[in-house]
Design a protein around this ligand. Structure first.
Ligand SMILES: [Zn+2]
Length: 277
């Protein structure tokens, strides 16, 4: 049942939204009725989930097959020390429940594969991609293009972060930038590469802002724009991205018509995206 009216408690909880002309009661209802799927409850998914939950995004799907490890806690702030060993989806759901009981968390403690991707993505308006591996990133991209769903993409590497929005029909997709994943072993392993603790917090929060703008229909989303954050230089820069008419999945004559399971490996494909202008 879509939310039509607010309880007294909700009026107080969302007061700072309700007094904003760009949000107001109308926008808050949109947030409460929105369905967002988070791919991963890790470094990017943690801050994104916390802020989307606090803001009152009514349904948060979280897919993550992993359990909380002590080495996650340096950056994955939705998980607490006493959650080590728990499924990340259970730990995340528990934290979210403590922040905002309005939020319905749908847990998927499984790996995203070509077998289950369409079924899981179905029913969500926006996908927040916080994955750290290529097979899932390509799966999310291809499934989203094929079903017309918007992806708020984020990635991190050591001191660098990137955010963009892939909206099918309105801009490029991930494959327009990187047509195919690099061969396994060509990029550093996630565990080997390392990442500065706060960096995913900044990138994940930007993903949360973009998600809220898309739900509210306000502002200029990062469609066709790659926002690049360099934490060492403390600089944000932006490159324009264009849809590639030869893209194998969203191009004029697509060659990919079904989902592909790539071999598991980690990292960023290159420091500079190709095909940018
Ligand atoms: Zn494309």
């Amino acid at each position: 049942m879509p939310v039509q009216t607010f309880t007294e408690e909700q009026v107080r909880r969302y007061h700072r939204h309700l007094i904003m002309p760009q949000v107001g009661a109308r926008g808050q209802k949109k947030l409460l009725n929105a369905r967002v799927l988070l791919i991963g409850a890790g470094g990017l998914g943690s801050p994104a989930a916390l802020y989307l939950a606090a803001a009152g995004v009514g349904t948060l799907g979280i897919i993550d097959f992993d359990t909380v490890d002590l080495s996650n806690l340096q950056r994955q702030i939705i998980h607490r020390t006493d959650a080590v060993g728990m499924l990340k989806v259970d730990s995340a759901a528990e934290t979210i429940r403590g922040i905002n009981p309005d939020v319905n968390v749908v847990k998927y403690p499984v790996a995203l594969t070509s077998e289950n991707a369409f079924e899981i993505l179905d029913g969500y308006d926006i996908i927040v991609d916080g994955t750290d591996n290529f097979p899932v990133r390509y799966l999310v991209n291809d499934a989203s293009v094929m079903t017309g769903k918007t992806v708020v993409h984020g990635s991190i590497f050591q001191f660098d972060g990137q955010v963009t929005v892939f909206k099918p029909g309105a801009g490029p997709c991930y494959r327009c930038l990187f047509p195919a994943p690099p061969p396994p072993g060509a990029v550093p392993n996630c565990a080997e590469a390392g990442v500065l603790g706060v960096l995913p917090g900044i990138v994940g929060c930007i993903q949360a802002v973009e998600t809220m703008k898309l739900i509210l229909g306000e502002g200029e989303p990062l469609i066709g724009r790659l926002l690049i954050f360099d934490a060492l230089a403390m600089e944000f820069s932006e490159v324009k991205l264009r849809r590639d008419p030869n893209c194998p999945v969203c191009g004029d004559h697509p060659t990919i018509h079904e989902l592909i399971d790539y071999e598991q490996f980690c990292g960023l494909p290159s420091r500079e995206p190709v095909g940018t202008h």
